[in-house]
Design a protein around this ligand. Structure first.
Ligand code: NDP
Ligand code: MG
Length: 384
């Protein structure tokens, strides 16, 4: 029988959002109840006409007005603002919400979706980095699943399918491509431009995650994401640079057996698995050809040059508000770097300074997280 499922997507116009819709095209039994984006009305209109969701949201108010005019001849309801984003995430009939927005903007709608009993196909790692303690507790209470979309976490999740007891897990081996500047030293990175940093060797992604991949901030966020998703200690997560992006990550069990998930680099598999879990559905194209990869290599990351990864471990180990501080400082720094207001190496420096200036908050509430995020960003944007 055809696979049937109802989803909503926050961030439908981005890299993950559009690839999610590719899967819907292949499996029309997946029905899209609601979509949202920030301001890309042109694409939202196109998507709305193709997939006929009940509601479409543009968070930006002016964009939403434009969208309402564009869709006036349809029955589709146009929403706006944060309320519209939350309404997308809690769309009545949706069973799974794909969280494909970028940055901390994913936190509140994800919490609302969990409260409404939705499963989460989680791409937005910042949700777990900043509010992991709140989100995992709430998901448990509501009996909903957090299904990873991030390729490494999907690989870990797939490698855990045969795991019977949690303490069988010894270690998680999180692979990293190393990004475009692998092998370079600090001195060589001083003049890196946004254009250079936006060229990722193996994946085609949104701007923020691409810059984060080049600084290894992304890997740092992923270590924290893994900690919450799989209930392990930071010290149990080891980052391994694997230039080919073929082994998407691995689990080392206590009997020293290691289970890995491999495949061609293609985000559609982890997205599809998060939606169709526990089923595996056929997928067209992109089969891994081992003969094209005569050598798979693994090595330690260079945490002297890419020391944001070290900072992420510190943030994740101390916990409390510090991961939120790490994330907020990075979001602000990446935005400044993309506008050429700070230099490449300053991204990690901005994060380090924000972390050392941060006040301690042990178990931050949602309000404290959002407040800290806004304060840190404001302070950094003012400084440059
Ligand atoms: P993109 O930048 O490509 O897309 C972001 C989406 O979020 C767009 O739809 C955008 O709308 C929307 N958006 C941006 N800002 C806001 C806001 N303030 N409020 C509401 N919506 C907003 O990002 P990606 O798809 O690359 O990444 C999405 C998430 O998935 C990130 O957390 C990333 O780390 C994670 N991820 C991505 C991977 C990838 O391959 N791309 C791989 C693994 C994880 P608009 O178009 O209108 O601006
Ligand atoms: Mg990833």
């Amino acid at each position: 029988m055809e696979f049937q499922h109802k989803i909503s997507i926050i961030g439908s116009t981005g890299s993950i959002g559009t690839q999610t819709l590719d899967i819907v095209r292949a499996y029309p039994g997946i029905r899209v109840e609601a979509i949202s984006a920030y301001s890309n009305v042109e694409l939202l209109e196109k998507q709305a006409r193709e997939f006929l969701p009940k509601t479409v949201c543009a968070v930006d108010e002016a964009a939403a007005k434009d969208l309402a005019i564009r869709l006036a001849d349809t029955d589709i309801r146009v929403l706006s603002g944060k309320e519209g984003l939350v309404a997308t995430a809690t769309a009545e009939k949706a069973q799974t919400v794909v969280t494909a927005v970028v940055g901390i903007s994913g936190l509140e709608p994800t919490i609302a979706a969990i409260r409404a009993g939705k499963n989460i196909a989680l791409a937005n790692k910042e949700t777990l980095v900043t509010g992991g303690h709140l989100v995992t507790a709430l998901a448990k209470e509501q009996g909903v699943s957090l299904l990873p979309v991030d390729s490494e976490h999907s690989a870990i999740f797939q490698s855990l399918q045969g795991c019977r007891e949690h303490d069988e897990i010894k270690k998680i081996l999180l692979t990293a491509s190393g990004g475009p500047f692998f092998g370079k030293k600090r001195e060589e990175l001083a003049d890196v431009t946004p254009e250079q940093a936006l060229k990722h060797p193996n994946w085609d992604m949104g701007a923020k995650v691409t810059i984060d991949s080049s600084t290894l901030v992304n890997k740092g966020l992923e270590v924290m994401e893994a900690k919450w998703l799989f209930g392990v200690e930071m010290s149990q997560i080891e980052v391994l640079v694997h230039r080919q992006s073929v082994v998407h990550s691995m689990v080392e069990y206590r009997d020293n057996g290691i289970i890995a998930q491999l495949g061609a680099p293609d985000m559609r598999l982890p997205i599809q698995y998060a939606i169709t879990y526990p089923h595996r559905l056929p997928m067209k194209g992109n089969v891994l050809d081992f003969t094209k990869y005569p050598a798979l290599t693994f090595e330690q990351p260079d945490t002297e040059t890419f020391y944001a990864l070290k900072l992420a471990y510190q943030a994740g180990e101390q916990g409390g508000i510090l991961p939120c501080v790490f994330n907020a400082a990075d979001e602000a720094a990446v935005a400044l770097f993309l506008k050429k207001k700070i230099r490449y190496l300053e991204i990690a420096e901005v994060i380090e300074r924000a972390m050392s200036d941060a006040k301690k908050i042990e178990n931050p509430t949602l309000e404290e997280i959002l407040e800290t995020d806004a304060q840190i960003k404001q302070e950094i944007l003012k400084r440059f």
